[in-house]
Design a protein around this ligand. Structure first.
Ligand SMILES: NC(=O)c1ccc[n+]([C@@H]2O[C@H](COP(=O)([O-])OP(=O)(O)OC[C@H]3O[C@@H](n4cnc5c(N)ncnc54)[C@H](OP(=O)(O)O)[C@@H]3O)[C@@H](O)[C@H]2O)c1
Length: 256
């Protein structure tokens, strides 16, 4: 039977793949279940190994710890990954700095941290992926995990929002720049996804703001699986003709 989401024989690099990242870990389990061979990255090796051990056929996947803030060496690191294990069919950038940044306490260091990982690494992953021999001969799919914070205002989130809004523009321009190599670039923009990050967020907000947040999700809060399934759709042949878009996965959050 035809399965348009089949990822057998595809090699995919996933950033933010640590076992303690709710979305990153679920992404890995989902892509592996669909047959992909994964390269898992983050800075700490142990949580990456924990994710790898939870995947279908752990031996099919590898762990490659790397600090994505090291933007200048990122493309060369990706060249090495391709030299060692073959070209990549997909890259998923899930690693991020998340949180609230109150304007009166905002600092240069904070701005650098958010923009370097959330935007700079996305750009350099694209640069690395576009290199000859790093992407498969028939092209590839770059999926950037954005956020509805980049599409709709939220108090205390201007810096995170700026970094995620930048991805919308990155996808549009790179979709054009990389189309001749058949590399597609898209953003998946989730609203609140249940898990440890959401729990931290709920704990920080006053009761009225929590109630308003819940009411702003007509279909309720999402799950990591909702995000992972959408990414799989963009990586698989189902996404063959989709590029430059930002797809909200948000239970209706941006509809209102
Ligand atoms: N949870 C939500 O409700 C929600 C909603 C909307 C959008 N999102 C987006 O969904 C994505 C996934 O969220 P998440 O909660 O699973 O993960 P996350 O907490 O945003 O990302 C943490 C992951 O990134 C890695 N990382 C952090 N700094 C790094 C660096 N300098 N170099 C390499 N790796 C680094 C961490 O591993 P190490 O610490 O080992 O490096 C960890 O695996 C994010 O892009 C987030 O913005 C989440």
């Amino acid at each position: 039977m035809r399965n348009p989401l089949d990822l057998s024989g595809r090699r995919v690099l996933v950033t933010g793949a640590s076992s303690d990242s709710d979305i990153g870990r679920t992404l890995c389990v989902t892509l592996a279940d669909l047959g992909a061979a994964l390269v898992l990255t983050g800075r700490r090796p142990e949580p990456l190994e924990e994710t790898r051990a939870a995947l279908d056929e752990p031996g099919r996947h590898s762990v490659a710890p790397f600090d994505l803030a090291d933007l200048d060496t990122l493309p060369g690191w990706m060249k090495g990954l391709a030299a060692d294990g073959g070209p990549l069919d997909g890259v998923v950038h899930s690693a991020s700095v998340q949180g609230y940044t109150v304007l009166r306490q905002m600092s240069r260091a904070q701005i650098d941290r958010y923009l370097t990982l959330n935007v700079g690494a996305a750009l350099m992953l694209a640069r690395g992926f576009a290199q000859k021999g790093v992407h498969a001969a028939n092209g590839g799919s770059l999926a950037l995990i954005g956020s509805v914070a980049g599409l709709k205002g939220q108090k205390g989130r201007s810096l995170y929002a700026a970094s995620k809004a930048a991805l919308v523009a990155v996808a549009r321009s790179l979709a054009l720049e990389l189309a001749d190599r058949r590399i597609r670039v898209n953003v998946v923009a989730p609203a609140v996804v249940m898990g440890s990050k959401a729990a931290e967020q709920f704990a920080m907000l006053p009761a009225e703001q929590n109630a308003a947040l819940a009411a702003a999700h007509p279909l309720g809060y999402g799950t990591p699986q909702d995000v992972a399934d959408t990414v799989a759709f963009l990586l698989a042949s189902t996404g063959r003709w989709i590029t430059g878009v930002t797809l909200p996965v948000d239970g209706g959050f941006t509809a209102g």
